[in-house]
Design a binder for this molecule. Sequence first.
Ligand code: GLN
Length: 234
Amino acid sequence: MSTEAIRIVWVYPDLLSTYGDRGNLLILDQRARRRGLPVEAVGVNYDQPLPDSADIYLLGGGEDRPQVLAAEKLRADGGLHRAVSRGAAIFSVCAGYQLLGTSFYGNGERYQGLGLIDLSSDRGETRAVGELAGDVTPELGLPPLTGFENHGGRTHLGPNVRPLASVKHGVGNDGTTEGVWSGRMIGTYLHGPALARNPALADLLLSWVVGRQLPPLDDEWPTKLRGERLAALS
Ligand code: GLN
């Protein structure tokens, strides 16, 4: 077993951290440590350069103004582009997810995204708020996804981009698909936080970093919660 630490960067906690998205960092940290894998985690505010050495970059949700500022700063920094080209993983939620695409809306205006994934977001007619449930894209081999969404934007995936899941309840990207899976990048509209509600997704990210499947953990409680949510939504 490698003893090298898994390095996680929480991107711009001062801009992108609504709805408890920091929990995603805690879950990754805990699930790695419980397998004897050390973790070095750091939050990097928007006035600091992004470290180039991380294995996983986490982006959370945010209000429109912080989202626009985060996109500007990340484009200027270039750190996420370098991270993707050297094979690092990115897990992004809501505003953090939208800004990985080519464009998104904030405060009624269109803004340029980072262009890391062929997707774009525009305004929805209504705000999507509530529980979401869906079936994960089969190649990922994960159990059904559940979580909480709260967003005004709608996301349109390019022709060669795979969604993270198909929607059974809720809205997600557009009422049909939810989130994105592209290489080692995952985007989702789920807060809650997403990895606490869907620990298999956390293990997928960790397995990309360590290059092997990880031994299972006791997931009785998140499994019960998922069962309850799915039953309530069906
Ligand atoms: N401002 C974006 C939207 O409403 C993202 C919201 C969020 O991150 N919760 O679509």
